[in-house]
Write a protein that binds this ligand. Structure first.
Ligand code: MG
Length: 126
């Protein structure tokens, strides 16, 4: 369990002085911003291509599992999924929303689809 002292030493309160100290999504959104190397349109493309590339790395592991029975460790797949979350957060940050709002919107959307029995099918607005 991480302590408030740990959060302070990690710079949490500097990034989000008014944030809930247990809101990891806000902390992570700010942490991602400190790792971004590009700006403007270059950032938009770099982060989008990064997201697709990292999702591709997840897909590649699954492909090799099916094709070659090549196994991967939980740590390996978690590392790639973390890279996907990094770029998804970076993109959410561009639009001023952050990971917390991204997660909330996704939960709301999928809960609504589930209530309407629309989890299956296709289309963004079903
Ligand atoms: Mg990766």
């Amino acid at each position: 369990m991480i302590s408030e002292k740990d959060l302070e030493s990690m710079g949490y309160y500097d990034m989000f002085p008014d944030a809930d100290p247990v809101n990891w999504a806000d902390f992570y959104s700010g942490w991602v911003e400190k790792k971004i190397l590009t700006e403007g349109q270059e950032r938009l493309f770099e982060n989008t291509l990064g997201l697709v590339g990292e999702a591709g790395e997840v897909a590649e592991k699954m492909k090799k599992l099916v094709r070659d029975s090549s196994r991967f460790t939980n740590e390996e797949i978690m590392n790639e999924l973390g890279d996907v979350v990094f770029y998804a957060t970076a993109l959410a940050n561009i639009y001023g929303r952050g990971l917390q709002e991204l997660l909330e919107l996704n939960i709301k959307k999928l809960d609504d689809r589930q209530k309407r029995n629309k989890l299956r099918g296709s289309g963004d607005n079903r």
